[in-house]
Design a protein around this ligand. Sequence first.
Ligand code: ATP
Length: 229
Amino acid sequence: MAIVELSGVKKDYHTGETVVHALRGVDIQVEPGEFLAIAGPSGSGKTTLLNIIGTLDSADEGTVIIDHTDIPSLDPKERARFRRGKIGFVFQTFNLIPVLTAYENVAFALDLLDLPEREVRERTMQILKDVGLEGMEDRRPAQLSGGQQQRVAIARALVKNPILVLADEPTANLDSETGKAIVHLMQELNEKYGTTFIFSTHDKMVMDHARRLVLLHDGLIQEDIRRES
Ligand SMILES: Nc1ncnc2c1ncn2[C@@H]1O[C@H](COP(=O)(O)OP(=O)(O)OP(=O)(O)O)[C@@H](O)[C@H]1O
């Protein structure tokens, strides 16, 4: 059963007299455990699509079912709870809290889950080890490189065992070698934990690594390519 089921999704943005048709009828299904890249020119609708899948934004028309839940039927509180429990986010600009250490940035994501302290510690230490930051737990973001900061952000997204991780241009602020290492890391975590990853990118190298590549053009899916890994 698909984890993401979108059909006929449309989204317009209105600014003054102008209307932008950001998504013009998108159908996409994603199965559990997929590692999927969304690519396309600037303005093609990648961020809009990720925000709708991530329940951060609503579609004007169409069906949005995530993990068998009809998202438009949830009220804002239910939607926030759904998002917090099931979806991890990784951003282009890392978005770590500067005054917290790497450990605290990750453990913070578990705060609202009301877990025993020992479990918070074990899960946080394990995921920081998985992303290659063992021994750096006490560093603040300013004491870490860009790639290391993105590793913390990936650990933060994964520590709550989400069903889905969404990453909007996760390598855009990294040099190509570091970007490559981050994509490899996401791939390893996808294989180790079976977490579904959906990420947008402009980067050819990142596209080449995805087992499935969805190309958006002008608010529509132009191609949906699946490759053997
Ligand atoms: N809040 C908004 N208000 C008005 N127009 C918007 C808004 N957000 C996005 N748009 C417009 O919708 C279209 C799709 O934008 P979107 O950000 O989804 O594209 P994108 O493919 O992610 O682009 P990029 O690669 O540049 O990040 C663009 O034409 C954009 O200008």
